[in-house]
Design a binder for this molecule. Structure first.
Ligand SMILES: [Zn+2]
Length: 81
């Protein structure tokens, strides 16, 4: 079980949350190459170690927030402020 720290509600069970995905790269500009658009739209990064992620407290306060989570240990290494 993963305890996720909501900045409004405190630490709650992961079943109350919806994973919003990793914080990704910025959207390419209008002059970007086809390869840049392909990478942005279809290549999903799957890094090991600390990753910045978005979470939605869907069954709680409804807040969106960002945390740093280690994908190997599932430790939350930086909590929302
Ligand atoms: Zn909350």
């Amino acid at each position: 079980m993963l305890l996720i720290p909501c900045p409004f509600c405190g630490a709650r069970n992961e079943t109350e949350f919806v994973y919003g995905g990793p914080v990704g790269p910025d959207r390419p500009g209008t002059d970007a190459s086809d390869d840049a658009w392909r990478d942005y739209l279809f290549v999903v990064p799957n890094p090991t170690g600390p990753v910045q992620e978005r979470w939605w407290h869907a069954r709680g306060c409804g807040d969106w927030f960002t945390i740093w989570r280690n994908t190997v240990t599932h430790d939350i290494v930086e909590r929302p402020k």
